[in-house]
Ligand binder design. Structure first.
Ligand SMILES: Cc1cc2nc3c(=O)[nH]c(=O)nc-3n(C[C@H](O)[C@H](O)[C@H](O)COP(=O)(O)OP(=O)(O)OC[C@H]3O[C@@H](n4cnc5c(N)ncnc54)[C@H](O)[C@@H]3O)c2cc1C
Length: 419
């Protein structure tokens, strides 16, 4: 049984969870190697929202200072009805309440800066290496293979290989991600091209905004540093496709734009003006897949662990996928550093898995509520008020945004290791 920190950790996937974990382990003098199936020059589209719980961790690994001037900082999103009446203001970040504002930035910026940190700290990433399967796991080590026929051995293997994880097949055989039936359609447009109404009592139109219209909810959120480029998007019901079908749809910008405009006449004027100014090439789609709750994220011997989307693809509505991936990586590294005689690996991982799952459960509850708010009007009207209303006055979301997530893990280790 492992009672000292692992000496080398194999990380499958150079996404947000994998790279963050490698940096967190390096900080604690634990070596790791990342194996990534893609090549290093591949670019990723789209932008992400990072809330204070993620930013606290990004600060800790030296990432926040690198990216904060490359994105858009904000505190709240306004919810409006079809008549442009503000029905609520929801705080996604707040310096005073939660320690940080919220940051929206291009995913590629985040990935590039993470890669730079890895390079500066000499953490190896092996590109073009597709993990295939676990060959054997003992109480001492794990041996695994790649699709090119090569094998490797490490003290531990962590699967940060995303929602369609291959590592997960070893821990939870037969578990697959399920299509939610919803497809998000987004684009990047210029703020100057949207006709925002002037609203009495408001100096400036509140952005980000979520406008509830008859077809559902339409969101606009600044994502460039100067706030001039906006993400704009909505979600629609859509039939499941196979891999080739999704790829075809993603490449067909005309069809994506047609789908986004299909309820044009039923949207309020502000949304119509946004739909009029969509640069077609910026159209992007995101089929929402969810994952059933897993019994465990950890193998029987504790040498194989999954994290990030591989373990718990949370519904996207609260923008917590990346933030929870950062939390997983941060807390796992903390525990691995402190795997001491009195708190062996199995025990530590059981505690980690349990705590993380409980937090994910709460995030899922929150995102389902936000999702309800995005439904078409007829469906929203059938739901109870508490299932669609969200209030954040007084910082009720401090449990999500305001906590130092590492604290309870370090408290546990202190307790376990105290005489
Ligand atoms: C369009 C879109 C918008 C989003 N917006 C937000 C947002 O605003 N806020 C937010 O918090 N979250 C958002 N998310 C969710 C967020 O992106 C994910 O939750 C997050 O990226 C999960 O990180 P991860 O590292 O677990 O997985 P991923 O980022 O998916 O990384 C997995 C990595 O593993 C690699 N890989 C996969 N299989 C293998 C294999 N067999 N061998 C080797 N490598 C492998 C992949 O190539 C990839 O690099 C969004 C997601 C999408 C798609």
């Amino acid at each position: 049984m492992l009672q000292t920190p692992p000496k080398n950790v194999a990380i499958i996937g150079a996404g947000l969870a994998g790279m963050c974990l490698a940096i967190e382990l390096h900080k604690r003098s634990i070596q790791s190697t990342i194996y990534e199936l893609r090549n290093p020059t591949r670019l990723t589209a789209g932008a992400l929202m990072l809330s204070p719980n993620a930013i606290r961790i990004m600060e800790d690994i030296g990432l926040y200072r690198r990216v904060k001037d490359q994105g858009y900082l904000f505190e709240s999103i306004a919810f409006k009805d079809a008549d442009e009446k503000t029905t609520g203001v929801y705080y996604l970040g707040h310096e005073k309440l939660y320690g940080y504002q919220c940051l929206r930035l291009h995913r590629q910026v985040l990935l590039d800066e993470l890669k730079d940190i890895l390079q500066e700290t000499n953490i190896p990433i092996v590109y073009g290496k597709k993990f295939s399967s676990i060959i054997s796991e003992t109480s001492e080590s794990v041996t695994f293979s790649f699709e090119d026929g090569t094998t490797a051995t490490a003290d531990m293997l962590t699967g940060a290989d995303g929602i369609h994880s291959t590592v997960r097949r070893y821990i939870a055989p037969g578990t697959t991600a399920n299509f939610s039936g919803l497809l998000a359609l987004t684009c990047a447009l210029q703020k100057k091209d949207v006709r925002f109404p002037s609203i009495e009592g408001e100096d400036e139109y509140h952005l980000p905004v979520a406008i509830n219209g008859k077809p559902g909810q339409f969101v606009m959120a600044p994502q460039s540093t100067d706030g001039e480029e906006l993400l704009a998007g909505t979600q629609i019901p859509y039939p499941e496709q196979d891999r080739a079908g999704w790829a075809r749809l993603a490449a067909d910008k005309d069809e994506l734009l047609r789908l986004m405009r299909k309820d044009y006449e039923r949207w309020p004027e502000t949304v119509k003006s946004a739909l009029d100014s969509v640069p077609k090439e910026s159209m992007f789609d995101w089929p929402f897949y969810t994952m059933p709750k897993l019994r465990s994220w950890v193998s029987a011997e504790g040498r194989v662990v999954i994290l990030g989307d591989a373990a718990h693809a949370v519904p996207p509505a609260a923008g917590q996928g990346a933030s929870q991936a950062f939390e997983d990586a941060h807390t796992l590294a903390m525990l691995l550093e402190r795997v001491l005689e009195k708190a062996g690996l199995q025990d530590a991982l059981r505690f980690w898995n349990d705590k993380r799952q409980k937090r994910i459960d709460e995030v899922v509850k929150l995102t389902l509520k936000i999702n309800n708010m995005r439904l078409p009007q007829e469906q929203r009207e059938k739901l109870a008020e508490e299932d669609i209303s969200l209030s954040d006055e007084g910082g009720q979301l401090a449990w999500l945004y305001g906590v130092d997530i590492g604290r309870e893990f370090s408290d546990w280790v202190e307790e376990r290791t105290a005489n």
